[in-house]
Design a protein around this ligand. Structure first.
Ligand SMILES: O=C(O)c1ccccc1NCC(=O)[C@H](O)[C@H](O)COP(=O)(O)O
Length: 230
């Protein structure tokens, strides 16, 4: 798996088109009704069909029960389930076994102690996503545009591919990649003009910047992220 760039919170055909045209490796669809990025049941199958294998489809859920997961999987046919709630290690393992889809567990990070469960989650998840811990009482568990201290995960060997998110944008993603050495980056609010409103220009700029950083980290490779992943 090569370095990967994920654009999350896509809910319109135009925004999805922009992410695919710019070369996103993963595109994320949020199922969380309180979110301004929530994808309706009506829109989900159409968005999923629009991807046409150009990127991996990621279905983001928060503490979903089996019935909801089954519905989300039926609607999106995702390549990856992103678990962005308080799912326990046991629940992550159960979801992976029960639904037969690769799983990325999001872990909220604010202080070093938040990394204590990394090895337990790495044992049951296919990937890990480090995101900034929301402030107490926040409406959303992610997609808050908050940055955490990247030094906390510098050089961390989780034994699984690791993505970084939380307050990334075209202006800081190069530094974030250099500071952490992660396997991929994930962005939502940093490519928006307002909560839930994606900007094609910001998506394009983010992906171009992240690619530049990847190429600095791996100067011998001319391959696209997708080609490296294959
Ligand atoms: O984006 C949301 O509205 C959302 C709702 C519920 C759970 C997670 C959510 N977003 C997660 C992400 O988009 C990313 O994985 C990550 O948190 C990056 O967000 P941002 O800081 O806005 O770039």
């Amino acid at each position: 798996m090569g370095f990967e760039i994920k654009i999350c919170g896509l809910k319109t055909p135009e925004a999805l088109d922009a992410a695919l045209a710019a070369g996103a490796d993963l595109v994320g669809f949020v199922h969380f009704p309180k979110s301004p990025r929530h994808v309706t049941w009506e829109a989900a199958p159409r968005l999923a069909a629009q991807v046409r294998g150009l990127a991996l489809k990621v279905a983001l859920v928060v503490d979903a029960d089996d019935a909801l997961l089954a519905d989300v999987i039926a609607a999106l046919d995702p390549d990856l389930l992103q678990l962005h709630g308080h799912e326990t290690v046991e629940r992550v393992a159960q979801i992976r076994a029960r639904f037969g889809r690769p799983v990325m567990k999001a872990l909220p990070v604010a202080v070093r102690a938040d990394l204590a469960p990394v090895s337990d989650y790495a044992a049951v998840a296919d990937r890990l996503l480090f995101d900034a811990k929301p402030v107490p009482g926040a409406l959303l568990p992610g997609g808050n545009g908050r940055v955490f201290d990247w030094a906390l995960i510098r050089g961390l060997d989780a034994g699984r591919p690791v993505m970084l998110s939380g307050g990334l944008d075209a202006g800081n993603v190069v530094e974030a990649i250099a500071a952490t050495g992660v396997d991929g980056v994930d962005v939502s609010s940093g490519v928006e003009t307002a909560p839930g409103v994606k900007s094609p220009e910001k998506i394009q700029a983010f992906i171009a910047a992240a690619r530049r950083a990847r190429d600095i980290a791996a100067p011998c490779s001319n391959l696209s992220p997708k080609a490296q992943a294959s």
